[in-house]
Design a protein around this ligand. Structure first.
Ligand SMILES: [Zn+2]
Ligand SMILES: [Zn+2]
Length: 118
């Protein structure tokens, strides 16, 4: 792993509702957009003082769409959503942590739940 800052090099839609970002270190990341919206880091979605998430996963419309992407400086991306929300600034560090590819998320949350047999 390198400590140099990685940046998005390219973006494309991998499939409907799944944004792909190619990072400068060669990583091909994938982001289902609803999951991105659920992890919005803005002050309306996360309490600034306690870090508690105000936005519940079910608050995000199932058919949420990503309408626009704006670079913020050289460290973050700002997303504009179809529900009118556009205050979330996603730092590159956060985006890398949210990557849902098989290498980054070998165990999907839903599979963790299904392993509770007892
Ligand atoms: Zn937000
Ligand atoms: Zn990944």
């Amino acid at each position: 792993m390198t400590t140099a800052t990685v940046e998005p090099r390219d973006m494309e839609w991998l499939e409907k509702g799944v944004l792909g970002i190619q990072w400068s270190d060669g990583h091909q990341a994938m982001y289902p957009v609803r999951s991105l919206r659920q992890h919005c880091p803005c002050a309306a979605c996360v309490d600034e003082w306690t870090g508690e998430r105000r936005l519940q996963a079910d608050d995000v419309p199932l058919l949420i769409m990503l309408q626009d992407i704006q670079p913020v400086g050289r460290y973050a991306l700002q997303f504009k959503w179809s529900d009118g929300h556009d205050t979330g600034i996603y730092s590159y560090t956060l985006l890398r942590a949210l990557c849902q590819c098989d290498a980054c998320q070998p165990v999907k949350p839903i599979e963790v739940k299904s392993r509770r047999l007892l």
